[in-house]
Design a protein around this ligand. Structure first.
Ligand code: BES
Ligand code: ZN
Ligand code: ZN
Length: 508
């Protein structure tokens, strides 16, 4: 999708559709400090059309509710073929979250109708923030899980150009905002493409290839450890999970180094990369098992984030670590009761082979620590229990450093990725007791997401670390107005903005 930033007058701009945002319960859109431009805000010609809107409001056909739409054909005095009103909800509640979703909703509303070029009129009292969010939303809205659909007609229907119309001459900050939105949107779409791949098409070797390709294209270094190399190092926990599959495991490291490092900080992003999770011998029920292809959503988020980081160039060293395996059940599969020795030297009794994510992450976290991480954030579709606790709307967050978590939560909130902290009291650690090894890989029946986090913490300590459980948020079962069903790309935005936060810290 081509992205443009153009200056007004919007009425002279040729596109299949010119969209304006209209807010709820406002008879006529007003000109006072609008967040996103409504019909009257900047273009007198557009005001002429507001009679159309007033009519629609009067009949109740259009109320300005979020993402609601109305289309005017052949609008007088306007070069675009259609004038589209899109609901902005309550003006006072409008933020970059809504701007992002409006970008997506517009694309998703107009795409099936064959519209190929869309212009959105935006006022920019918030500088580049809304421009960036709307562009990002448009890029995200254009994505479909249709890689394996063969109907070419359906594929033809895509939006080729998305233009943000701003009043006056767009300055460098606005252009940079649009570019940032495109980069972060495309990074999430890469993540979504990877997550959407079925497990027969994307094995651990395939994930390693995808990481290498991305790194090669963007000039990042990528190192891939194979089974033999991991055995030499002593990654018994990761290899134990992998031994039940004929598809061999890998540990991928993707390295970004800034041209001038401001300090000695080194951020490690670690992602669970189970390309398919049958549960192993502790096998999962067959109903819904097909969804377990998304058990590598954490890994894909790391790969997507590294792509954006390579383009946005924060001033901190960032390494993405992706342990990747397939959790299968051949004759060599790991058994309940097996005891494995992790890279850290700690032994683990595998009481349940379905709690495999924490086993591969344990070795990856130790590896990240040994390679100089000063801050670690991992993302993993780790527990079904997190969706019981938080539903599908919040990522669950766990930490060993309250200070690091508070900083991260602010960043995630600004990125529009809802994230909620869960407790890590020492008492929960008591649930993790093994009579035969240093640790079991599961706690009891209670606090499943917390015991999983405590297990990881054993390998992350003492480095400041945040664990993000994305089992409830990485996959959308039903499409939304602004986003298709399927992978969400969650945590890419938070990861990228966290890395960029170091730049902000240094430049004050
Ligand atoms: N990949 C699953 C977690 C999961 C569940 C992700 C549902 C997405 C949707 C993970 O490997 C797993 O199986 N966890 C077990 C842990 C249990 C055995 C302690 C779970 O959540 O049931
Ligand atoms: Zn599992
Ligand atoms: Zn899993």
């Amino acid at each position: 999708m081509q992205i443009n930033v153009e200056s007004s007058p919007a009425e002279k701009y040729s596109a299949d559709a010119l969209a304006i945002v209209c807010f709820e319960s406002e008879e006529k859109p007003t000109a006072e400090a609008p967040a996103v431009s409504s019909a009257a805000s900047s273009d007198p010609e557009l005001v002429a059309q507001s009679g159309w809107l007033a009519d629609l409001r009067q009949t109740g056909e259009f109320t300005g509710k979020l993402y609601e739409t109305a289309v005017l054909h052949r609008p007088e005095g306007i070069s675009a073929k259609r004038l589209v009103a899109i609901g902005g909800g309550k003006r006072e509640k409008f933020s970059s979250v809504e701007a992002r979703r409006i970008g997506g909703a517009l694309v998703r509303f107009l795409k099936p109708k064959g519209f190929r070029s869309i212009a959105l009129l935006i006022d920019t009292p918030n500088g580049d923030e809304y421009v960036s969010a709307a562009v990002e939303g448009a890029v995200l809205g254009g994505w479909e899980p249709d890689t394996y659909k063969s109907d070419p007609k359906a594929k033809e229907k895509q939006v080729d150009a998305f233009t943000v119309m701003v009043p006056g001459i767009p300055d460098e900050a606005l252009k940079a905002g649009a570019e940032r939105g495109r980069i972060i949107g495309e990074a999430q779409n890469l993540t979504r493409d990877l997550v959407n791949e079925p497990a027969n098409k994307l094995t651990p070797a395939g994930l390693a290839e995808a990481a290498k390709k991305m790194a090669g294209d963007l000039g990042l270094e990528c190192e891939v450890l194979d089974q033999e190399a991991m055995a030499k190092l002593g990654m018994g926990a990761l290899l134990g999970v992998a031994q039940g599959s004929s598809n061999p495991p890998f540990l991928i490291s993707i390295k970004y180094r800034p041209s001038e490092t401001g300090g000695k900080d080194h951020l490690a992003l670690v992602g669970k990369g189970v390309t398919f999770d049958t549960g192993g011998i502790s096998i999962k029920p067959s109903e819904g098992m097909e969804k377990m292809k998304y058990d590598m959503a954490g890994a894909a988020a790391v790969i997507g984030a590294m792509r954006a980081i390579a383009q946005l160039k924060p001033s901190i060293s960032v390494t993405g670590y992706v342990p990747t395996v397939e959790n299968m059940v051949n004759g060599n599969a790991q058994r309940p009761g097996d005891i494995v020795t992790t890279l850290s030297g700690k032994t683990v009794e595998v009481l349940n082979t379905d709690a495999e994510g924490r086993l591969i992450l344990a070795d990856a976290l130790t590896y990240a620590n040994r390679n100089g991480a000063t801050h670690i954030v991992d993302a993993a579709t780790l527990t079904g229990a997190i969706a019981i606790a938080l539903g599908h709307y919040n990522v669950g967050a766990f930490t060993n450093s309250e200070e690091f978590l508070q900083r991260f939560l602010k960043i995630a909130k600004a990125a529009g990725e809802k994230t909620w902290p869960l407790p890590m009291d020492e008492e929960y650690k008591e649930y993790l007791k093994s009579a035969f090894a240093d640790l079991p890989n599961i706690g009891g029946r209670y606090g499943g997401s917390i015991t999983a986090a405590w297990f990881l913490r054993e390998f992350a300590d003492p480095t400041p670390w945040i664990h993000l459980d994305i089992a409830g948020t990485a996959w959308l079962d039903d499409g939304k107005a602004w986003m298709s069903k399927g992978p969400t790309g969650v945590t890419v935005r938070s990861f990228v903005n966290l890395a960029m936060d170091w730049t902000a810290l240094q430049t004050g």
